[in-house]
Design a binder for this molecule. Structure first.
Ligand SMILES: Cc1cc2nc3c(=O)[nH]c(=O)nc-3n(C[C@H](O)[C@H](O)[C@H](O)COP(=O)(O)OP(=O)(O)OC[C@H]3O[C@@H](n4cnc5c(N)ncnc54)[C@H](O)[C@@H]3O)c2cc1C
Length: 537
């Protein structure tokens, strides 16, 4: 359908319980305006906040529904009169209204979503932009990954986390976000112009898939090059050169022994640039520890998930089913939830340091593999790490990643335990089938994980078994560990300018700075930074 024939309505006044699945809220929003499922062309969360004034804590939400512009119903008229439904706000723009950084040289560090979308508004406003990326361009990155996947030869600079496109380059490419920001629409439009499917503009569960991302990213790079952005791959930021006369002023960046003079720097290093953070911290860039998520990845035959969600036989047009599962904290047991579910995907070893193992998931646009996987995670805070300082969480991640590597046999095979064995706290035996190319090896994850995590995951699994029959049975395989679902540090910064505390021309954005989680929120954070630099006096 012609997009002009569609209208987006913002439905407010909805409240989500903490354990209520997102999908049910979207359905409730449609019912609220009397729209049948075939009339709803797209639905997504526009806003979700926390109302902690009453117990239990609840989440007020707003939902954007895309419906034909001629859609009318008695329920809609009633809701419009009450003010609970109104047209969704207009989208923002990546073109800066004030081009204050015109002619200035800005160095952006990282080609993940935050770096790319910081560079674009900077260049559109006339800044001279150099993007540094420690890893290789996409084609080279792809080739350099082959020795890793064939024999575990890890390249610390170009891998599943580092290289063109950042950590999400080998992912499901899920684009849904929980933030409401006017920049979301222009960012999605850029992705569509670069070849992403148009449905991402309104699809509540929009995903691009690794295969399509690999055509979108080069197109996005060409788009940036056309507006003057220079890309330097295999170029790691090794440090900052600070002005001796102006405290908090970066004069240049150090890259492979070369000093590159600049007027401003945008740090968009992602959640795994541990070496870079430590160096920057020694140079006076402030970091603080923050809570992050930790747990395992679980894998099932996709058929089990699809049957449980859609019935047997499942309607073919619905494709591979996804799920989003939560389990609320209760006395003495923490909450847990599923994260980054990849229908029809595969488990990957998302690492950049030799001898460490961290799981994650990716999938292609067709969601066609016979496996379904997701992270099952628990939030850990600085109190859990048992150490002090801004990098206590990093030290914990490293410790657990080394443990996972060793327990898997030192080959990047994952230590694994069947879900029923995990619940019964007994060893798993026999051959373990998994989509992870390195395989899986039986291990007592229930003992290797911190006890608080084991207990939270066990409580979650018991609940999720009731929602997805078979979820916690022998066909559910837990793989260790999911340690980088979110970043363990935050760089304190100004809310408006995004300037790092104590610096006048250094911004920190995206997941590595602790201000975003996921492709879309990182892209928005980056774009905010590019626009904010133009607005600086
Ligand atoms: C396997 C996997 C699957 C995922 N799936 C999804 C998903 O489906 N949906 C979703 O929303 N999110 C997903 N995520 C998370 C998502 O990828 C991240 O939230 C997002 O990429 C963060 O963006 P960013 O720009 O902040 O950082 P990144 O994407 O991590 O980019 C940072 C870039 O900076 C570069 N860099 C680091 N240090 C330096 C340095 N010193 N010098 C130069 N360059 C440097 C890195 O090489 C990297 O390319 C997934 C992550 C992984 C690992």
């Amino acid at each position: 359908m012609d997009r002009a024939a569609l209208v987006t309505l913002r439905v407010g006044g909805l409240v989500q319980a903490l354990d209520e699945p997102d999908a049910e809220v979207l359905e409730r929003a449609a019912r609220r305006i009397g729209a049948a499922s075939h009339e709803v062309r797209g639905a997504r969360f526009a806003r979700r906040s926390v109302d902690a004034r009453k117990r239990p804590v609840r989440l007020p939400v707003q939902v954007d529904l895309v419906v034909p512009s001629g859609f009318r119903s008695r329920a809609l008229q009633r809701e419009e009169r009450s003010g609970r439904v109104r047209p969704a706000p207009l989208a923002g723009s990546l073109v800066p209204p004030d081009a204050g950084a015109r002619g200035r040289h800005v160095v952006v560090v990282g080609t993940g979503p935050a770096g790319i979308f910081a560079a674009l508004p900077l260049a559109l406003g006339g800044a001279r932009v150099t993007v540094l990326e420690r890893g290789a361009d996409l084609g080279t990155r792809h080739r350099r990954l082959v020795p890793f996947h064939r024999g575990g030869a890890l390249d610390p600079e170009t891998n599943l986390l580092f290289g063109e496109g950042g950590a999400g380059t080998y992912s499901d490419g899920k684009l849904y976000t929980r933030v409401d920001h006017p920049l979301e629409v222009p960012i999605l439009e850029e992705l569509v112009a670069a070849g992403a499917p148009a449905e991402i503009l309104f699809d509540a569960r929009a995903h691009v898939g690794t295969d399509r991302l690999h055509t979108v990213l080069p197109a996005l790079r060409r788009r940036l090059q056309e507006v003057g952005v220079e890309f330097r791959f295999d170029s790691r930021l090794d440090g900052l050169r600070l002005s001796p006369s102006r405290p908090g002023r970066v004069q240049a960046v150090e890259v492979g022994g070369e000093s590159v003079a600049c007027d401003a720097v945008v740090l968009a290093t992602g959640h795994s640039a541990r070496d870079t953070w430590e160096r920057l911290h020694r140079q006076g860039v402030p970091f603080e520890a923050k809570p992050f998520q930790f747990g395992v990845r679980i894998e099932h035959p996709q058929e089990l998930v699809t049957r449980a969600r859609y019935g047997d036989p499942a309607p073919a047009e619905l494709g591979a089913a996804a799920y989003g599962l939560t389990h609320k904290a209760r006395a003495g047991v923490r909450g847990a939830h599923s994260f980054c579910m990849c229908p029809g995907g595969r488990v990957v070893a998302s690492v950049h340091e030799e001898g460490h193992l961290c799981t994650n998931g990716m999938s292609n646009s067709t969601h066609s593999s016979r496996w379904a996987n997701s992270g099952l995670v628990v939030t850990l805070g600085p109190d859990d790490y048992g150490a002090e300082g801004p990098f206590a969480g990093v030290a914990f991640q490293r410790r657990m990643e080394r443990l996972a590597f060793e327990a898997g046999g030192g080959t990047y095979a994952a230590p694994a335990q069947r879900a029923d064995d995990f619940l019964a706290r007994r060893a798993t035996s026999g051959e373990l089938a998994t989509s992870l190319v390195f395989g899986a090896r039986p291990a007592r994850l229930d003992e290797l994980l911190p006890e608080a995590v084991t207990r939270a995951l066990a409580a979650g699994l018991e609940r999720w078994e009731r929602q997805v029959p078979g979820f916690a049975g022998p066909e559910g395989l837990l793989l260790g560990f999911e340690s980088r679902s979110s970043g363990p540090v935050r760089i304190p910064r100004d809310r408006e300018t995004l300037l790092v505390e104590g610096f006048s021309n250094l911004q920190a954005v995206g997941e590595g700075a602790g201000w975003a989680g996921g492709i879309m929120s990182a892209a928005i954070d980056g774009a905010r930074a590019g626009l904010a630099l133009h607005a600086l006096p």
